[in-house]
Design a protein around this ligand. Structure first.
Ligand code: MLT
Length: 429
């Protein structure tokens, strides 16, 4: 952090005296106290479970104002990117810091097309994986394995290798995801087609030709593209923080991203979109009314999935976009998704109930995502894989940014020890 960003100090009064701690002001006026001198000067650490109050790095990638419902990538509002850009452009923006000029975009897109295939051995390996295994577990393993296939792009100290790994990850993860899916349903893999764009190619490798054609097909591609954009980064969420922590040990980018995928698989993080759909199915199958379900939530008998967010204390700006998209998809779909109706009813009932609004529990990014994916034909356990493909450029951008951070150190939190004091070992006097 530069000295110009340092504005003032705060004083910490403690038993041993007073410590002045520097305060830094970010681009949007948010202020951060630097705690680095604390331990050395006072012997004290800070306790912040879940890091709710801790900025672990400075970053230029994504800005969120949770109270105002603002989300920007590299300064651009998410709503503008959603309307004006494709996912590949947004990925470029996150990774390289600027929206691409047409020539740069073509170069980047071409590299993604050219690198979409995976080694034959790796294909065989995927086909040998347990068919019923959760695709997130398989995605994480296969991403880790990429380091073995592409050892020439594993050195975090070599810019060219990082660039090569960036392209390989972006290009190959959709191919791996689609092949894992095809294997799970016992269907032959479909090779990438370099004439197709990024999202079209992924959808075709997943479902084959002709599942949805014409206008509806276009709408589906646009919808997947938009959902990937909306998921592309979210500053220091659990999986991105994981990528940074693992990367801070100088682990290669494949291992770091594989760890991020594992973190994302949890139902409290990326797995929540699957959990929402399962909740909606439970409500439908049990025949309980949404009002009764909400009563059961209040009695802590069941959980309301897809509501509330650690950072947003108002609407998640992504959920508004996604709700609109769900409306468009489901209006046009031959087989309208009844779970969408149920989701709308549940949302309306929760937003009328002060129990939820007082607790600032509003729908988040996961609430409507699942119903859209379901309407398109993605099985429930693939939802978090789609989140993975969306979040990938964000993880890569954070891994790369960290490598150039002058304050870069291996992540090594401290603990507040509350275990036994020294004890006598049994049998010793
Ligand atoms: C995300 O997009 O990663 C989720 O909303 C979770 C988070 O930001 O903490």
């Amino acid at each position: 952090m530069s000295d110009d960003e340092k504005e003032r100090t705060v004083e910490l009064h403690h038993e041993g005296g007073t410590l002045e701690l520097p305060v830094f002001t970010g681009t949007e006026g948010e202020r951060t106290i630097e705690l680095k001198p604390l331990l050395g000067s006072t012997g004290m650490t800070t306790l912040d479970p879940g890091f709710g109050n801790t900025a672990s790095c400075s970053s230029k990638i994504t800005y969120i104002d949770g109270d105002a419902g603002i989300l920007r990538y590299r300064g651009y509002p998410i709503q503008d990117l959603a309307v004006g850009s494709t996912f590949v452009e947004v990925a470029y923006l996150l990774i390289y810091g600027e929206l691409p000029e047409p020539g740069k975009l073509k170069e980047f897109s071409d590299k993604l097309r050219e690198n979409a295939d995976i080694p034959n051995d790796m294909g065989t390996l995927i086909d040998a994986l347990p068919r019923n295994g959760h695709p997130m577990a398989l995605m994480s393993s296969m991403t880790n394995t990429l380091a073995g296939y592409y050892e020439d792009s594993t050195d975090p100290g070599d810019e060219e290798q990082i660039e090569l790994a960036t392209i390989r990850l972006m290009a190959k993860l959709p191919t791996i995801a689609a092949r894992i899916y095809r294997n799970s349903i016992g269907e032959a893999p479909i090779a990438p087609d370099p004439s197709l764009d990024y999202v079209e190619n992924f959808v075709r490798m997943t479902f084959g030709d002709g599942r949805v054609d014409g206008e509806l097909g276009e709408l589906f591609h646009k919808a997947v593209d938009l959902l990937l954009i909306l998921h592309a980064d979210h500053e220091l969420n659990c999986s991105t923080a994981t990528v940074r922590v693992v990367g801070s040990s100088k682990a290669d980018i494949f291992a770091s991203i594989a760890s991020g995928i594992s973190a994302l698989s949890g139902p409290s993080h990326g797995g929540a979109n699957q959990a929402v759909l399962e909740m909606l199915e439970d409500i439908r199958n049990s025949g309980v009314s949404v009002e009764d379900y909400l009563e059961r939530v209040k009695n802590r008998e069941v959980r309301l999935m897809g509501f509330g967010h650690r950072v947003y204390k108002n609407f998640d700006p992504r959920s508004k976009e996604i709700k609109e998209l769900a409306g468009q998809i489901l209006d046009r779909h031959d087989n309208p998704e009844e779970l969408f109706e149920l989701a709308l009813k549940l949302e309306a009932a929760a937003l009328k109930d002060p129990y939820f609004t007082d607790r600032k529990l509003y729908p988040n990014v996961d609430f409507f995502t699942g119903v859209i994916y379901r309407a398109m034909g993605f099985p429930t356990n693939m939802f978090t894989v789609l989140f993975t493909l969306g979040r990938l450029p964000g993880w890569i951008a954070h891994y790369r940014e960290q490598l150039h951070d002058p304050a870069f150190r291996i992540a090594r939190p401290r603990q507040h020890y509350v275990g036994s004091a020294e004890r006598r070992y049994p049998g010793q006097g």
